[in-house]
Ligand binder design. Structure first.
Ligand code: PLP
Length: 415
């Protein structure tokens, strides 16, 4: 009979290590860590502990979400936002999986380094750099075919680079219609855009804005953008593809998909607002999950405490499981305020406090969980979707995915 990881640990405990080392049975709980090391050594030198948290990427769900977005957007091209490490999935993982799809026009990132890493990873589709850059970065980006998002008077710098490459530089212009973050203010946009459009060094391939996602003010933003664009287009200036729609707008502003949509979160299968989940507008399936193995299981006696500051006090005998995952891994501190973790098909509440590398879940009156069992912090199943965690403890789904430690291993599920 083939032994699974769990039965191996069980066997080691009972017969090998437990008996061999002569520990009393009450200390058996402490032994599986030793067993786990032995397990790793069996196959050579281990790099990670198999207990450590890992991130799973669900390829088929990702593809499903792209189809859903494309259907919703009436087959308009999708500029996939893969910033912040591909929303936790790994920026190159996300781009490589999305790249072959015809619905995907290209990719948008914020960090210069991410844009470069996509080219290094062999991505050939257009890449739009949403974040800031200096003149040297600009030259390097242009050399790798990365389009800058421009909103300041960069004309002279663009002239200099184009003089060297002898080619106009494709770029997108960002207009600030009220988000107040980056972008040329809409009432000054015409001047900047006329200047850039008038240069032989510049090829305007796109013009964009970002919604504040305040339903009433969004209408005002639409008006500001539309007025700005139509003034310039009447002058014969080509603005390239116009785009504004993030995940929120995919749900809320079907009349403003323009020439291309620009979602992030929806691609990863997560509803950016919980209320969208209860509509039939798009069927999104989470393509990212966080898992780890139970590190330790023990019974607390009545009056025993758990967590820093004794955040949890056992009112009666209770089994708890320690998971080797904490806020340094991206599992938020607030998870202790109501989030649940799935182990062997049952959801257990996070208790006490989430520390940097650990959290604790309450199992109940019986020892229903074993060391080595897989714990799912969030995945694609109802009850443990990122939106469920968000609803339970008030953490934004953006924080859940984007704060995942980039050092955690990413496993791409092929099925
Ligand atoms: C400029 C811009 N466009 C699009 C997006 C995608 O947003 P979402 O993930 O909500 O779809 C973002 C992300 O915040 C963004 O900053």
């Amino acid at each position: 009979m083939e032994s699974s990881r769990r039965t191996f640990i069980g066997t080691s405990l009972g017969v090998g290590l437990g008996a061999g080392f002569g520990f009393p049975s009450s200390l058996d709980q402490a032994l599986p860590t030793v067993a786990a090391v032995a397990l790793g050594l069996k196959e050579g030198v281990s790099k990670d502990s198999s207990f450590d948290p890992w991130v799973e990427v669900h390829r088929q769900n990702l593809h499903h979400n792209v189809q859903e977005i494309s259907r919703r957007a009436g087959s308009k091209p999708i500029l996939a936002v893969v910033k912040n490490n591909g929303y936790g999935m790994g920026v190159t993982n996300a781009a490589r999986l999305l790249d072959p799809r015809s619905e995907i026009f290209g990719f948008a990132v914020v960090k210069f380094q991410e844009a470069m890493s996509l080219r290094d990873a062999g991505i050939r589709k257009p890449i739009l750099l949403l974040g800031p850059f200096d003149e040297k970065n600009l030259g390097d980006a242009v050399a790798r075919g990365i389009m800058p998002m421009v909103y300041t008077p960069l004309g002279p710098a663009l002239d200099k680079i184009a003089a060297k490459t002898q080619r106009p530089i494709p770029l997108h212009i960002c207009v600030d219609t009220g988000i107040g973050r980056v972008g040329v203010p809409y009432y000054q946009a015409a001047r900047l855009i006329r200047d850039l459009a008038g240069r032989r060094s510049v090829q305007i391939q796109g013009t964009m804005m970002t919604f504040t996602e305040d339903p009433d003010f969004d209408k005002e933003q639409v008006q500001r953008f539309a007025d700005t664009c139509s003034t310039l287009e009447k002058e014969g200036i080509s603005l390239g593809r116009k785009h504004a729609a993030s995940s929120f707008a995919l749900f809320q502003h079907p009349d403003f998909f323009l020439d291309m949509v620009r979602p992030g979160m929806a691609i990863y299968g997560v509803y950016s607002e919980n209320e969208f989940r209860h509509t039939a507008i798009m069927d999104l399936r989470p393509a990212i999950s966080l898992k780890a193995r139970v590190a330790y299981v023990k019974k607390l006696r009545k009056g025993d405490s758990a967590g820093y500051n004794r955040a949890y006090m056992a009112k009666e005998e209770v089994w708890v499981a320690t998971l080797p995952t904490g806020h340094a891994d991206g599992w938020p501190r607030n998870a202790a305020k109501g989030a649940k973790v799935r182990i062997n098909g049952t959801l257990y509440p996070v208790i006490a406090s989430v520390s940097a590398s650990h959290c604790i879940v309450e199992i109940g009156g019986e020892e229903r969980v074993r060391i080595g069992d897989t714990a799912t912090f969030f995945d694609w199943q109802e009850g443990s979707r990122p939106e469920d965690v968000s609803e339970a403890c008030g953490v934004s789904v953006y924080d859940l995915t984007m704060h995942l430690n980039p050092l955690l291993p990413r496993k791409i599920l092929q099925a």
